[in-house]
Design a protein around this ligand. Structure first.
Ligand SMILES: *Cc1c(COP(=O)(O)O)cnc(C)c1O
Length: 383
């Protein structure tokens, strides 16, 4: 049985009547930009995250960019962030002319190491940008403590983690500004691009709203240079329908993740598969279920799965500190050992909410068969 890595249609199909009705209403009224559905979604997302304000924008990438612009971070400033993340985290820092300073991760959670962050603080550091990778909140308690001590902003890259909590508080309410993406593969996935920025600071919220609209306030009067980044009303209308199911999606993802953990443990696969850890006091929303494949077997396992038409993905094969576009920053292989090891070992398995039990069993059985084969091979080599 083929198993897809992700199937957005299974999620959208049951809601199609509602989504179509919501979109039709926007088309009928013609309020395509800044329509009422945008305001409504902003209110709902702010409330959902436990933040005072939310501002819609065109993508998660723009959310990060506008957050940095609002905090007036630019040339000469340094922002500390993980290298083990999607490109946009560092790309946005680069785009405002600031310097990305890459810190290493904690191997168990793949999230930013507070100790390594603190080591990299200089007089030029303006902000820490933790990423809640794969759906799990970074160690915000420790990072906020460091930020407070050194007077730094904290910009949460929450693109993969809407709904995730640390100590009962949801991401997007844990830093100075929270940045969300509604790209179709995210936990709250739209019908295209979209993003949202959250904050408790009314002044910052106002500034970000203006920055998203060319910096004009009022219209045609520009005190700042902004960008054109708005959440389309059509997108907001569709997302409003899906937001109501978001918790059930997270629950389904968690159930799949726990079943993987339990089955891999029962099958004693720990010599081949390292299961992902969730740190104390956190609840992951499992945007990805990412294992480590040890002994240099990762690519072989991915190929083995692909031959059986089972989807998997490598997030991320090349750490950002080693990307060609950042060569001038002078990082070298070996600089961030935990990050580099993760890039060699990680493999994400299907964990989307609508994955069936039979499909998941197919994935688990294939991995067990691969492990049995790998063990026989290892024994043969040893003999
Ligand atoms: C998806 C993602 C982004 C960018 O979001 P877009 O909406 O695709 O621009 C940023 N950071 C992380 C960690 C992401 O996963």
């Amino acid at each position: 049985m083929p198993v897809p890595m992700l199937d957005v249609n299974r999620q959208n199909q049951p809601l199609m009547d509602e989504i179509t009705a919501a979109i039709t209403e926007v088309c009928t009224t013609g309020a395509f930009v800044k329509g009422p559905a945008v305001k409504q979604l902003e209110q709902n997302v702010a409330e959902y995250c436990g933040a005072e304000h939310a501002v819609g924008c065109a993508s998660g990438t723009d959310a990060l960019l506008v957050a940095l612009m609002a905090l007036e971070i630019g040339p000469g400033d340094e922002v500390i962030l993980p290298s083990f993340t999607f490109f946009a985290t560092a790309g946005s820092v680069w785009r405002v002319g600031a310097t990305p300073v890459f810190a290493d991760i904690v191997p168990g959670t793949y999230n930013l190491s507070p100790e390594d962050v603190e080591r990299r603080i200089t007089p030029h550091t303006k902000a820490i940008m933790p990423v809640h990778l794969f759906g799990q909140a970074a160690d915000m308690t420790a990072l906020n403590r460091i930020a407070k001590k050194h007077d730094l902003y904290v910009i949460e890259d929450a693109a993969q983690a809407i709904g995730a909590t640390e100590a009962g508080k949801r991401v997007g309410s844990l830093g100075t500004i929270g940045c969300f993406s509604f790209y179709p593969t995210k936990n709250l996935g739209g019908m295209g691009d979209g993003g949202m920025i959250t904050t408790d600071d009314a002044e910052l919220a106002h500034k970000m709203r203006i920055l998203c609209d060319h910096g004009q306030d009022p219209r045609y009067y520009h005190h700042m240079v902004g960008v054109n980044s708005r959440l389309d009303t059509i997108q907001a209308a569709a997302l409003g329908v899906k937001l109501r199911s978001l918790d059930s999606y997270a629950e389904a993802r968690e159930k799949h993740a726990f079943r993987y953990n339990e089955r891999f443990k029962k099958l004693s696969l720990s010599d081949v598969i390292g299961v992902p850890g969730v740190a104390q006091g956190r609840r992951s929303v499992w945007n990805q279920y990412t294992v480590r494949v040890e002994n240099g077997q990762r690519d072989a396992l991915q190929q083995y799965l692909a031959e059986r038409k089972i989807g998997s993905a490598i997030y991320y094969p090349v750490p950002l500190h080693l990307q060609a576009c950042f060569a001038e920053l002078g990082y070298q292989e070996g600089d961030l050992p935990h990050t580099e090891q993760a890039a060699r070992e990680v493999l994400s398995l299907p964990v989307f909410p609508e994955l069936t039990k039979a499909e998941q069993s197919e994935v688990i059985d294939a991995i067990a068969a691969f492990a049995a084969q790998a063990r026989t091979g290892a024994k043969r080599d040893a003999a």
